[in-house]
Design a protein around this ligand. Structure first.
Ligand code: ATP
Length: 317
């Protein structure tokens, strides 16, 4: 049976600003998303049955219809019924390396990989923008995960403007295994606490979202200046997540005081905290020193780096 193996990278948010409420009930956001080389591996295989099957050994990842990868396959079946009857069912195997419910878009990356994998399996020849459009119906981060790189994301996070590729920046990531932050909870709590600061007028909302294009962090990215980028990191959701999760705040403080760390921030709705670091050697040293200061085995630490791509094909058989 034909099969494709895809690499599905995680993302971090270099910037996340909550601007206001959209008429569709979502938040209007201005974000800078960055792919990193911490990635899941997704195998997409033609099955001899006419069903969708998801396999994943990670205890926190469901294998039923609530898996975003499953929903991506279901979407392809609904959109391309002729291809489905011609080629039959699909088996999806997820090798999870991206921490789950971590603010790293792990589920979205898996869904993006399934869209790309089924496109190949069924020889549909979809363009990147067609894949992104399909992805947007599954979740706001899915379109970004298809192409990856460094991107300004506005609207719900699905309107993408690519930025030039960054030179490699090394990163140390920390995530407590047993700590999960619900994205829905983080946004709801932010609305309760800071909704009074939201921009209300639709025109002003769009103007504010556009302003990110000429903002300080985008200028730093255009200059490829890692020190400046690190100083301009921003995440509005820290205002609700850090007070509610003291461990996350402590981890952020421990990262911030390490030599070689250029800047540190929580990613997305957390609880992952990342630090941008001067060099690979420094990143390995920071990881060891943080481990010494927080000897809790529940804390997972990774050294990773920025990359310039999203979903990538590795094996084609
Ligand atoms: P985002 O940054 O987009 O908010 P996240 O990294 O915070 O994403 P995910 O890892 O995507 O969150 O997981 C969120 C929830 O979705 C988990 O509780 C998990 O049970 C469920 N889930 C469904 N499908 C997947 C998948 N393929 N991989 C990981 N989690 C999944």
């Amino acid at each position: 049976m034909p099969s494709y193996t895809l690499i599905a990278p995680a993302k971090i948010n270099l910037y996340l600003e909550i601007i206001g409420d959209r008429p569709d009930g979502f938040h209007e956001l201005a974000m800078i998303l960055q792919s990193i080389d911490l990635a899941d591996q997704i195998d997409v295989r033609a099955a001899s049955t006419d069903s969708i099957r998801v396999y994943c050994e990670h205890p926190q990842v469901p294998t039923d219809k609530s898996n975003l990868a499953y929903r991506a396959a279901e979407l392809m079946v609904a959109k391309f019924p002729d291809a489905f009857s011609k080629y039959g069912g699909v088996e999806i195997t997820i090798k999870k390396r991206i921490p789950v419910a971590a603010g790293l878009a792990g589920g979205s990356a898996n869904a993006a990989a399934v869209l790309v994998g089924i496109d190949l399996l069924w020889k549909l020849g979809l363009t990147q923008s067609e894949l992104e459009e399909l992805g947007a119906t599954l979740g706001s981060d899915v379109p970004f995960c298809v192409a990856g790189g460094t991107v300004i994301a506005t609207g719900r996070g699905e309107q993408l403007s690519p930025l030039p590729n960054l030179d490699t920046i090394y990163i140390v990531l920390g995530k407590y295994r047993s700590l999960e932050v619900s994205t829905a909870w983080a946004y709801k709590t932010y609305r309760q606490q800071f909704g009074n600061t939201y921009i209300r007028d639709t025109k002003d909302l769009a103007a504010r979202a556009n302003a990110v294009h000429s903002g300080a962090i985008v200028k730093a990215i255009l200059k490829k200046d890692a020190v400046d980028i690190a100083q301009k990191l921003h995440n509005d959701l820290e205002r609700v997540v850090l007070p509610a999760y003291p461990q996350v705040l402590q981890l952020r403080e421990v990262f911030a005081k390490q030599a070689g760390v250029l800047g540190t921030m929580m990613s997305g709705s957390g609880p992952t905290v990342f630090a941008l670091v001067e060099s690979h050697q420094q990143a390995e040293a920071v990881k060891l020193r943080v481990r010494d200061e927080i000897p809790d085995e529940d804390l997972e630490l990774f050294v990773t780096r920025t990359i310039t791509h999203g979903i990538q094909l590795t094996v084609n058989s």
